[in-house]
Unconditional design. Sequence first.
Length: 600
Amino acid sequence: MPASRDSDVVVSDHWSIHIPAGSVGAADTNLRIAPMAQPVGPRGSSGLEAVRLVLAAGQPVHPWTFTWRFDQPLEQGRQLYLLDDFGDGSAYGALPTEPDAAAQAPVRTHVAQLSADRRSGTVTVEHLSFKEWLLDRASDLANLLGKFFDQRTSAPECKDKAGRRTQRPAWLSEANFLEDQSAPMLVCVGSDPDPSKKDLAEVDIANNRGGALLVKTPVKPTWAWSSNIGDAVADWVPNVMTLLAEAINVPPADAGRTWIVLPGQQVHFGFSQDSLSPAGLPAEITSSFTPSAIVFGLLYNQLSKAIDGDSVLWTYGALLACGQKTLIKEKESGIGQGLAAAAKCVIDDSDGVVQTVKKVLSPAAFDKLAPQLSKVAAVRAALTRVLLLAETGFVLLDSVFTLNLPAGAFTISLFLARTKVVTVVPVDRDISAQRGYAVTPGYNGVDSCTSSYASVGRDVVSCSPSAAGADVCWVKADRLTMLCGGMPWEKALMAVTASSPVARVPVARDPQPWGLELSDGAHCRLRNGGSWGGRSDGFVGAYFCDRPNEYVLGKQDPTPVVNKAAPTWTVLVGDLQNPDSVLPPPKRVRVLIAYFAGAA
């Protein structure tokens, strides 16, 4: 694949790929295309062709365009789409490239943009891995049927209070999930609608099936909201969710991070970058439908028709009181039996359900919700109809299909943005300024030159005194004159001379960024000696910033100033005044760009 010009690759008689110039990286590279022997999954769709794509240089720098061409126009009522599995396709029936690998990769489906004559369709993709073109019948009929049976819902929208769609915070570079109106869960990812909290990511999930959806977060969210309960007794939500999860045998280690979302209901999570950073890359929110959870979702559907909004509390009570009595084997054939057992449990002991709810609520919360638990007769009447074949027949078949969907349909993969690392080399091999750089006279007589702290290449020096501003310098061939940089993002250099020849130096042992661009908009430059202010908590200035009262701070110990533990680096930012000044604790801020000095 040439790096400098557009390319068009013919995969087959029907499939071609357009690769824009510059999208394979800086240098020419190889693209490996491994066709599958035959089309694979997912079940129910018509597979056309599938391949694995591997670019030797890694992932594309810019998106590629995939085109499929038909011999005849695609008939109305059918849709072309591309399955975009970020793994090796083993989740859909392809032989795994690593037989022992157990983890599922995130997946998306892309509906093709059809040409006016319906003879071709195009899709733009950013990742290379397993790809398969598929045809499917329009799912409108199934979706309408689901609406009639309360098995489909509307997608969440992630809007602010003014009704505008929110955008992901800058630290969350990508969110991958299955986007389809008939997916088991409907998802949106944005930012917290509160302007003062817009740096929090918000993930909203709607249950698009007839069973209860079990949603597990990778870490405890910063905040959570469930439409099942709303704001009426918000403080009750975390406690009851744990108890409900335990009632259907969710492992104790996961119960505190598992949310039960009833059919058509939503759960919203808020996450900070700091909370997600330890969760790995990507951080994954997973969901599932177990047969036991499906039973209580169906129970909720029946109750909601009889007692409307009061059905949530009754369903929770039934789950708490009857969950262990109605646990079924983890196979779809037991769903009907489990549903009947749950209904019988509630009918036979409605008072026991009420008392179970009372035990888990505070007295104030129970008094507030008690009116919802008074409709015993209506509940018993509703549950005598739970096995109406006209309804549960569709539900149970749909549940069987849902249980067999691949893991990608139940996974939200959150990718944290990586700090961009820029290596600045403002001079050429002769140590002359690169085009666009201005050179001004600087200090004469610097000495004591050593490796610059900001260097990631050889022979970049830092010299005394600090007042000379000669801490990032490139030495000319005479070993006396040099060009020194000020701010790494500025096209400006100073001509400086040494009092004696400067010895060649190696790369800095532990390079520190020359400059930082922070998520709060500040540009901060590495400290070069001098007398700075202080503070009583022991923090000292490591970088000065172009904003009043803002410095990047560090401790005079081995703790690194720039925390590189996560894909997005962070620093602590605060003020400096007098050494005994009591100041607010420093705030952790993300590093968007880190600049280093490279060899000529």
